[in-house]
Design a protein around this ligand. Sequence first.
Ligand code: GLC
Length: 748
Amino acid sequence: MFTKPLFLIGILIATLQLCPQVASAQQAGSIGLRSDNIDQVLKAMTTAEKCSLLVGDAAIGAAVPNVAGYTHAIPRLGIPQTVLSDGPAGVRISPTRQGSSQTFYCTGFPVGTLTASSWDPTLVEEMTRAMGSEALEYGVDVLLAPGMNIHRNPLCGRNFEYFSEDPLLSGRIAAAYVRGVQSQGVGCSVKHFAANNQETNRLENDARVSERALREIYLKNFEIAVKEGHPWTVMSSYNKLNGEYTQQNHRLLTTILRNEWGFGGLVMTDWGCKDSTAKAVKAGNDLLMPGNQRERDRLLAAVESGALTQAHLDQVVHRVLEYIVKTPHYRKYPYSNRPDLQTHAQVARRAAAESIVLLRNEKETLPLNGGENVALYGISSVDFFGVGTGSGFVHTSHVANMQEALEATGFKLDQDLTNYYRHLYALQLDKERMEASAIDKRHRPEPEVTVKAIERQAQANDVAIIVLGRIAGEGADRVFHDDFQLTAPERELIQNVSMVYHKVGKRVVVVLNIVGVVETASWKELVDAIILPWAPGQEGAHAVADIIKGNVNPSGKLPMTFPVNYMDLPSATNFPYRWDMSGKKGERRGVDFTPYEEGIWVGYRHFITHDIAVSYPFGYGLSYTTFDYGQPKVKAGQDGFTATITVTNTGNVPGREVVQLYVSAPAGGLEKPHYELKAFAKTKTLMPGESDTLSMTVTAYDLASFNESTAAWETVAGTYALLFGASATDIRRTTHYKVKKAKAWPII
Ligand code: GLC
């Protein structure tokens, strides 16, 4: 009676024995992934499982819903799903969940550009420890951050997520960012690798960059971040680089990233795969995000056809498993969904306050005494931008605005004026809700305030504060008119307020709540003070108020140049500040392809070397106190030198100073910038009269330039001038260092 089933079972067992994979998979059902049995688990996986592991998964039943992406789970082998969430200014998860009355708001930290304005890797690490802790408690395994593409042109729509025009500053800040987040056991993904310096046609744009500019400017910051931050993952970008998609570029992802720089982690695509998945995996792209069945099928077909060898597939799967065993989900970390948002808000406020840049402060207009009657102008005083839009956005429970921040700091605001702006803002919001239109991608229309009203306000108040705002984000670049340039209503507001208040001997302060460089030269001398908080996070308005009142002495410095004219920028003619879709597809300069004709001449390298005046230079920022720079000392070491310099607070209030060390290479050989940033350091808070001795180390490799003809980094022998500056154009002390023997580092 039982013969039939038994017979069938016999056949089944025989079949299983014949198919080693299924057989071993069946035996391996009991194997659970551990950090010390990856090879064994790998052997137990079927080819289909291996291919699935390389492709992102949908959020079905995901532990943490509505995040950017997930990796594939293989429960029978103890391989959990892992959770990948944006973004650079804080964890981006939905604040509400179906079936839950709990909220899941996150902290809106300062955006990347403000973070870099701190010039303080220690502060950055402190801030991102809080960010990493928040990610951990919300069940995130990798924070898709930092964004760190070079500010090639101020109109890039995502510059606010990124750090600087200079690769050293960008790389050092990125490395500190990564160390802070990863100290909490959560991974980072430095992005977007590489040469993703515009949003126009970002999925297809071909960045055409010379090898030298690529090495010295667009890869150098990633090289520093990888070598000094050790990110768990790198995100390749959407765009092409010199004709090939970066996600399929073996030289970029394997030869340079892994073989030259020693990166041992995981490379994932940005959120979209190109036509050939196998090519991406063979190039060194391990994880295909966000992933779908088509990618899995393509990979399986590539393995079955031999286009992707089993050996290569296993090598990549091994890397993914090495990543998984590091993750909180693998470690079954009992995340609470209750991060310490209160503490993180204070961390965000302090980080913002330590990074905000004071651009102008005539006749010590600032700080105010506190308690003054303030006429607060500008729609952005109530519609204050904490972060930008797109994947860099953060769902915060609240973003403080300047009205509440100044009142909370003890200033008395002109109520007619604040009510006027509140009312108009409410009307604009209603209109947008009715029309379901998002705000203009760049700013809100600036409401008019009549001269008559300003005259009345000037009588009733002690000081005027004008807040100007700009917003931008992923998927679109900024534009020149009414974006980089101020709008006519903004200009009129500045002119009228300045004219009326100065007539009665009162001062005018401007606050730039912006996500990218704007034109300043034509109007800055109309006003008495200018504060630059960029998009400073949910508590940033309070940080601005702290600076206005003098609770905090500003110590931020510009991480990029503010040019006098947009066209002074070396990339101006090669940046698509408008969608010129008129041309023939494939031939649209700036859209289909962008020639980086300026080469290494980016930012201060261009302006200093070619002696072009700027509105505010790289590294510039004022303080409420003054500093004296002592005579630097240079000590040659085994490899390079260590420079020390003593800085003294010669003013009347405590403060911090950032000393920038620029190096000018000896003449001859490659054409080089007049000087380049090679190190920087920030003092502790110095009391009046107190000194701090800063130490900066520069290696021989740090001094090297990339020589295309020898395909090598080269540090030539000779005398190098060392310039210690408070900005790129404010050199306080100089000395020199002699390289006795030339050195070269050929690339692979
Ligand atoms: C986006 C962005 C990237 C982000 C990813 C996931 O397209 O380019 O920065 O991390 O998708 O949201």
